[in-house]
Design a protein around this ligand. Structure first.
Ligand SMILES: [Fe+2]
Ligand SMILES: [Fe+2]
Length: 136
């Protein structure tokens, strides 16, 4: 399943939109690699990259939420943490034995998580930020 970037995901924040687009690309690349039947080590590298990049992106959003004193920042942060824990768990299980967590379905899970997270949590925050801008 490919996820397609579109205007409905735009937050209006250039860096965040860039990071989101890069996450779309990384998830699609992961999914594509799966279809192409890449070696498990390569899949794990791609998963580790996704985890690192998502972590970096979450720090960007969490910093903006802190600076703007966004009321729902604790809950939004928890959503990020849950995803990272889940990915870390999957990665660690695969480190032990790749057959424990077959990669099928992972791309779909990540794509669905990202699109629904942006449309609900991220857009709500950036709407708030638009109404309560912070000094750069
Ligand atoms: Fe985001
Ligand atoms: Fe977020």
């Amino acid at each position: 399943m490919r996820i397609q970037w579109g205007g409905q995901f735009a937050t209006g924040h250039a860096l965040v939109d860039h990071q989101h687009e890069a996450l779309f690309d990384a998830i699609n690349a992961f999914d594509g690699a799966l279809e192409a039947g890449l070696a498990p080590e390569r899949m794990d590298e791609m998963l580790a990259f996704l985890e690192r990049y998502a972590r970096e992106h979450f720090v960007t959003e969490e910093f903006l939420m802190m600076r703007s004193d966004f009321p729902a920042r604790a809950d939004h942060r928890l959503e990020h943490e849950r995803l990272l824990l889940r990915v870390k768990f999957i990665r660690e299980l695969r480190d032990q034995d790749p057959s424990l967590v077959p990669p099928e379905g992972l791309g779909r899970f990540l794509g669905e998580w990202l699109t629904s997270h942006i449309l609900t949590w991220d857009l709500a925050f950036f709407r708030f930020l638009g109404e309560h801008p912070v000094e750069p």
